[in-house]
Each structure stands twice: as C-alpha cells, then as structure tokens.
Write a protein that binds this ligand. Structure first.
Ligand code: CUA
Length: 318
C-alpha cells in the first residue's frame, strides 16, 4: 500500500468534516470547546489570584463581596449551560432531516462485519456488498440500520455522528458527502471480541462515477479466464466456501458471510482486519482466526497449489 492509500485505510476524524451533518457536529464541538476553554482559563486565573491573596494574608475582602462574586458566577453558569443546550438542540434538528429523494441502503451489523444492500424496486437491481459503501457526492443517502445479533453502532466521523444498530429496533441515518474522498468508519459500540476489527469505508464519488460503479456492481461475477482462475473456481465450489459466501453467476449462494462477487474491488478483508492483497487473502483463507480470533470464518485446509489457484480466482473478481 502506498502512504496515501494507507492513510485512507486508517484515517478518520470528526474534526475533518466532509458532509453537512458532520460539519454541523464539528461546529457544535467548536462552540463547546471555545466557551469551555475561556471558562477554564478564567477559573484558573481566579484560583491563582485567590491563592496569592491568601498567601499575602489579605484580610481586607469582606464576606459580602465574595457572596456577590459567587452569585454572579453561578448565574453566568446557568446562562452558559442554557446557551449550550440551545446550540445542541439546533444541531440535533439540523442533522435529523430525512430527505425523500435519498438513495436507500440497508446496512446490517453482524459480528463482526457490515452487510451492505442497495435497495432497488426490482430484485435484479439490488447490489450486495460488504464493509464498503460507494455513494455519489451531493446526493443524500439514507442507511436503514439493522442488527443481526448484538448492538453495533455506525460511525463514519467525516460524514455524520453515531447511530446504533439495535436488534429488533430499526433505525436510519442520512449521509450527504460534499466532496469526493474515502471516509473511514467503524463500529462504535462494543459488540464482542472483534469489535475493534469492524471497520467500514465510504467511497464518495461523482454521480457519473457512481452510476458506472453501480452498473459494474450489478453484473454477475467475471468468468474465470486463465487456467489457474478456472482451477481456483473449482476449488472454491468444492471447498466449504459456498455454504456461507455467494458469488453471483456461480452456484455459490450462501448468505451468512460477505458476498464475494466483486471481492477484488474492496479495500480490506475481514472488515479492516487485513488489506486486500494476494498474500493477506491467502493467509485469511487458511487461518482467518490468526488475524481475527473468534470470527465466523473457519480455517480452510488446502494444498498449496489449490490455495494459489483459489487466490488467483478470488483476486480476479473485480
Ligand atoms: Cu460491532 Cu462493535
């Protein structure tokens, strides 16, 4: 991975907003930080002045003036807290808007990965993917959030705040990316031993690139071309892989694990556990528990030539 590709792999920041919702939250943060910093500095100055006076044995101050100062400070505290409350309410209202013309995506949190399903009127137009969203810049995208097991939390700090995925309680969140880029996110609610390896990425691209991407994503998997890829497909179909994974265009139609139809276009393996490289993919197949202990992916016993062919095939699924 190049340095910049690596940055996109790891960088995420609520203070680097790229969407209107994240910007509203960052602005609220600035207001809180500014006001509380001023208060902190004033309190520290008052503390130092008080300590110096006490040391100098200044007994000139009478109890009445102390009472007045404390009353003024108490009153100001109430006013400031009320102001911050009003600012929070306005921010909450600003980011709660749900536009009607949004692209709909169903996002399912699972231990420990994200199933991504682009909603479409016709089932053949659905797009099924994992751990990565591609969205058009300037177009609202509403994620319908579900959990298949425990409570997870969707958080892509560059685009929006957190929203929990609660079993049996469907929620939603609307994103609007203002500029193209890759925005990393992660599960923000402890959900088991691999909670830390439950990352996802949002690729914001131009609307024309989005249309191209969606067309490519809807097509079935590319047929194997080379001898190794053909052998690799046979290995895949004979191994236990199809019990859990689907590759559209083949007999593999498992639905409990990520759809692999366009696996090679993705950035990571195991929801951010590993970069999606040939070496990492081979290691992941034979011993996923090493990179992500406790995950559902079992170790697959393969001969070296079988593994090589399988990795060739999976690596060709663009
Ligand atoms: Cu899912 Cu933490």
């Amino acid at each position: 991975m190049t340095f910049f590709a690596h940055l996109a792999f790891v960088h995420q920041s609520a203070l680097d907003p790229a969407g209107e919702h994240a910007r509203a939250i960052a602005r609220l943060w600035d207001v809180f930080l500014g006001i509380t910093t001023v208060i902190y500095v004033l309190v520290m100055i008052a503390l130092v002045v008080g300590l110096l006076r006490k040391r100098e044995g200044d007994a000139s101050r009478n109890p009445r003036s102390t009472y007045v100062i404390v009353s003024i400070a108490g009153g100001l505290t109430v006013v400031i807290l009320f102001g911050l409350l009003i600012a929070s309410i306005f921010t909450g209202r600003a980011i709660a808007e749900r536009p009607k013309n949004a692209i709909g995506i169903t996002l399912r949190g699972k231990q420990w990965w994200w199933q991504v399903e682009y909603e479409a009127a016709h089932p053949s137009n659905r797009i099924l993917s994992a751990n990565e969203l591609t969205i058009p810049v300037g177009v609202p995208v509403t994620l319908h959030l579900h959990s298949s097991d425990v409570i997870h939390s969707f958080w892509v700090p560059g685009l929006h705040g957190k929203r929990d995925l609660i079993p049996g309680h469907d929620g939603s969140i609307t994103l609007l990316a203002e500029k193209p880029g890759v925005y990393r996110g992660q599960c923000a609610e402890f959900c088991g031993v691999q909670h830390a390896k439950m990352a996802l990425w949002v690729n914001a691209v131009s609307p024309s690139d989005y249309a191209r991407w969606a067309d490519a994503e809807r097509t079935p998997a590319r047929a194997p071309q080379t001898e190794a890829e053909i052998a690799g497909q046979q290995v895949f179909l004979r191994a236990p892989c199809p019990l859990c994974h689907a590759i559209r265009g083949t007999d593999a139609s498992g639905s409990t694990a990520p759809d692999l139809t366009h696996l090679a276009t993705r950035r990571s393996l195991g929801a951010g556990a590993l970069p999606n490289t040939r070496e990492a993919l081979g290691g992941w197949i034979v011993d996923a528990q090493r990179a992500k202990p406790g995950c559902q992916m079992p170790s697959i016993n393969l001969r070296p030539d079988e593994l090589s062919a399988l990795v060739d095939y999976l690596g060709s699924l663009r």
